[in-house]
Each structure stands twice: as C-alpha cells, then as structure tokens.
Design a protein around this ligand. Sequence first.
Ligand SMILES: NC(=O)c1ccc[n+]([C@@H]2O[C@H](COP(=O)([O-])OP(=O)(O)OC[C@H]3O[C@@H](n4cnc5c(N)ncnc54)[C@H](OP(=O)(O)O)[C@@H]3O)[C@@H](O)[C@H]2O)c1
Length: 364
Amino acid sequence: MNASVARRSHPRFLISEAFVVDLPDRIADEAELEELLSRPPAAVVDVFRRLRGDLAVLGSGGKMGASLVRMACRARDAAGSRATVFSVSRFGDAAVRARHEAAGAETVACDLLAEDAADRLPPAAHIVYMVGLKFGTSDRPDRTWAANTVAPWTAAGAYRDAAIVAFSTGCVYDFTRVGSGGSVETDPLEPRGEYANAAVARERLFEYASRERGTPMVLLRLNYALEPRYGVLVDLAQRIAAGEPIDLSTGHFNGIWQGDANAAALRLLEHAARPPLALNVTGTQTLAVRDVATRLAERMGRPVAFTGEPAPAALLANSAQATALLGEPATPIGRVIDWVADWTARGGRTLGKPTHFEVRDGRY
Ligand SMILES: NC(=O)c1ccc[n+]([C@@H]2O[C@H](COP(=O)([O-])OP(=O)(O)OC[C@H]3O[C@@H](n4cnc5c(N)ncnc54)[C@H](OP(=O)(O)O)[C@@H]3O)[C@@H](O)[C@H]2O)c1
C-alpha cells in the first residue's frame, strides 16, 4: 500500500450541487439520455484538437461503447479534426452498428478471438480498448479467460505503436475495509473469483506488451458506470419499485456517471505511459447502500425496507490519483441518483442486466 496516496472516506454522499450548470433536473427519454451521455466536455474537445492520427475503439458494441464512440465523434467534430473514429466490435446486432455509423464513426466488424483478427483491425494511432467478458463466467469460465487474455494480446500486438487506454475494472482488487477510502493503485491485485483474476490477466498482458515493446498505455480501473438503464443504482431502484427489501450485506460501493467515465477514458489518451499508468476511475465518495436507497425511495415516493448488516469490507477504489490528474467527475452523484429515481418511477426502459454488485464470492 502506498502511504503517500491520500485515502479519503466520505460517510455521506450529499455534496454541494451549487456549481452544477447545464444539467437537466430530469431526463425525459432515451434520446435526451444518449445526448447527455455523449456530450463531450471542453477538455475532451481539447484532446481532439491536439491528437494526431485516428482513433479506434475496440469492443465498442457494449453498454458503454455507443456513448463513448458518439462522444469521440462529437468532440472530433467540435475540434474541427479530420480524424477517423473507428468503432470495432463483433456487432452481432446490426442496429447497434447502425447507431455507431449514425454517430459519425466508421464501423469494422471484428471478432478479436478470430484467427484473422489482427488483419481486420484498422490502423490507428490511438486506441480505447473496451472488450471484456464478465457474466456467464460460472457456466463458461473458458470463454471469460479467452476474452480477457487472447483478445487483449491480439490488440496489443496489432497496436504496438499506438497509445492505448485499456478499460479494466476495480474488481482487480480484493475487498477493502469500509472507511479506508478504498484500494489504491499500488495495492496487490489478489481478487476473488475467476472473472476478476481474468481481469488481472488482461491488465498483466497489456503491461507485458508495454514493458517489452514500449507501447504507452493506461489501465483504467473502472468502478461501476452509472446511468438510468444499467448500473448499481438501477439495481437498487428496481428493487424498491418491486417492493423488495434491499440486502445491506454489500453495504458500500463506488460509482461514476457513465458520461464522466467515458470522458476520462478519452482524456487519458494523452496520459498513456510506459510502463502503463494504472488508474482508478470512479466517484470520489464511498457510497452507502442504505443512504443511496433511502434517497432513491424518497424521490420515487416509495417505501424501502432493508435486510442484513453492512459487511466491514467491500470492493472499493480510491480515485484520488485520477482526481489529481483530471479533476473530480463533473456530474454530482446526488443528481445521478435523482435521474435514476425519476426514470425508474416513470417505468423507463432498462437493459435488464443486473450488475450483481452484491456478489461477495467472485462468482458471476
Ligand atoms: N459497465 C461498467 O460499470 C464497468 C465496470 C467496470 C469495468 N468495466 C469494463 O469496461 C469495459 C466496457 O464496459 P461495458 O459495460 O461497455 O462492457 P460490455 O457491455 O461487456 O461490452 C464489451 C463489449 O466487447 C465486445 N466484445 C466482447 N468480446 C469480443 C470479441 N471477441 N471481439 C470483439 N469485441 C468483443 C462486445 O460487443 P460485441 O458483441 O459487439 O462484440 C461487448 O458488448 C469492459 O471491458 C468492462 O470490463 C465496465
């Protein structure tokens, strides 16, 4: 543990929102949501003013990829850049691919596990790597290991001369004591379960490629991207809406508005380093499930019941280093909670994919 890195604990999630400008009180529909999630902050537009060369986003077909790709295209256009934004995924769903094209990206269908994958990847100077596989690990651990080892190795080999921001996860750490402020980047990577260990392998393969070949990289350890259709807040809000009690055993977590996580990823293209810079990207506060659920329920006009007691340890990350580099995430967590409450109370569409954030044995 690096004693020089400040650990901070925030028992309450309510912070001043006086500085918030330009954020709606509620999100009316998916069009407004997609616009908001992909709205590039000035700092991202500035990155695209400076970047030389094209950007490829690998594994863009998932929950975060569409808004990241669209943010990159909007920032590129606002910067007056002529760079191509390649959106690379398997694109099993043609509608997803069409949305990426409509956002202004050039799409490439590529399975990174295919033998000819390296030949299909477009040339690019900057890479955001988003491929990952978590759910279904208990049934097919082999698939999880292949997706999180073979695919990164292929990408690292194809883009040895690029700058790479590779999404990783806060799951690479073991649980840490609630109140400690969360794991810091220098803590040991000794997590529970096959998915988390495969995620460590993903990082280590990128790191090996960086150290051996000099490829600059960032390993972006994300803890829970939040938006109204997916995420820990949705899991809690859905339970409240269904009148189900909330188990407090996993009583604490970290979260960040998905748009802020995507903005961080794009800004970090300029911070790629060798050996890689490992960085926790999440909100600055340790969120208590009881506090968050209480606020969700209040805003939803519903009662909430709890079972169990918060465990003394949880999966928590300390984002002090990212905050020092990039500043605090722009979207206050209280606003995100209110958006999710309003969305859920109106029966807004969800992705129907629980995060399983409450899992404590590492089995997904
Ligand atoms: N969302 C979160 O809260 C969260 C939290 C921590 C870490 N992360 C990390 O952040 C990254 C992005 O998150 P996400 O939520 O968008 O993940 P996701 O929904 O699982 O998306 C990852 C995408 O990668 C693509 N992919 C998978 N295998 C592939 C292959 N063999 N070849 C090419 N593409 C492949 C898939 O799209 P296609 O089907 O189109 O191929 C998949 O949808 C992931 O790596 C995840 O580990 C996310």
